[in-house]
Write a protein that binds this ligand. Sequence first.
Ligand code: FAD
Length: 456
Amino acid sequence: MTAVLWLRRDLRRGDQPALHEAAADGPVVPLFVIDPQLWQQAGPVRQAWLAANVLAADHAYDGHLCVRMGRPEAVVAQVAAQSDARRIHVSRETTPTGVRRDARVRSRLAEQDVALIETGTPYAVGPGLIRTKAGEPYQVFTPFSRAWREHGWPAPAPAPHRLNLGSAESDSDAHGLLQQARKACPILLPVAGEEAAQTRWRQFADTHLDSYATGRDRPDLDVTSHLSADLKTGAIHPRTMLADIGARRGDGVQRFITELAWREFYADVLWHHPRSAWHDLRPALGGLSYDDPNESAVDVEAWKHGRTGFPFVDAGMRQLAETGWMHNRVRMVTASFLTKDLHQWWPIGARHFLAHLIDGDIASNNHGWQWVAGTGTDASPYFRVFNPVTQGKRVDPDGRYVRRWVPELRHLPGAAAHEPWHDPAGYDHGYPQRILDHREERQESLARYEAARRLH
Ligand code: FAD
């Protein structure tokens, strides 16, 4: 009997447990549904990245991917009826929006006696599975990560013995929309899809994995994997990487596994605390006062456009705007600048990041923001306010990262690019003056945090 494989955050053919299950039923109709509401929210860069990945998945499924647009509950039910399928196979979704959507789809399908079968998740260990001995969710990362490693992860899913791909007609409007989104992309994106992700992974594993522990913090060296956007679409699964790593040893390997564990941890936190997507996870700083975003609009715009006058912050924000990606250390410093120098509530920055990041992920992004803001798990202590200048000089010692993204500072040699105010020619090429005094705003931030702590 025909089965439908509904692809969502798992746009690949290899290491695909849900495909394995679906193929056991008979011919498989692969399906992708564009939900117009989510599509509208995504913005041109994320739309283009998704479009490129869906088109690549169509290629991976030999042109059989059925792409339709509409409310998922209506579209999936329609494709099931048209294909005479009794089972719709998916990998389990664990974000609040995904869980709600799947509940709607499940009950709609039940009306026509069709089952939604969940196999696997976008994670090595499904969110919700790692618990303390008392059966409670972990609240902090290190013990979670230890338990996650002890739990272990399944081997990659074998390719189905026989794969007979069926097809259902695509919606020509939906296909057109994808083509158009890909063409209209305002920036140059990486090559998308499973093959490209595998290539990126192999190149990283061969060249930079062993030295990852020392190189990962250096945006100027740019030696991290850049796989976050592939993990986001599911072009590659973390289980595949963990299996490839196998028994490889060394600090770099261990550190990389730890970073994958952060992704799993944040997904687990979101699964247990869906409200934390847009609200402070820890109420300890409830009552913290923020500046009115309308009154600070000019400064917030300067932050968004990389014109704060702080070279390292501006380099990061411009990298984000020009590539849809930003180095982790710079994400921390730019997020700290918005929350602790501009005194804005973290969701303002989280929304901006999500609109521009091709790896934009509600769990990693919004909990990453809360980590910086001091309201999340393992929150960096409230008194830690990143100094945007000393941070820059530490992890970009020769100023190469700054010069790469801020052309107005290319005439300044070495670390001088981090402090144009010390150079008589610093502002000769139109770089803006600093919009604030970091030392003063740091004091202001600490005073506000102290006041909020006294309330509890
Ligand atoms: P690598 O250093 O090669 O790491 C390998 C993988 O581990 C990454 O691809 C990612 O999946 C995972 N990882 C690494 N660091 C983290 C981390 N701190 N938290 C969770 N997972 C991690 N990551 C996203 O995938 N999407 C986001 O929207 C996102 N927003 C962030 C916002 C802020 C404010 C901060 C501080 C961090 C955010 N991160 C986010 C985490 C991290 O910055 C990116 O995962 C990383 O920079 C991606 O680059 P990479 O693939 O080269 O990472």
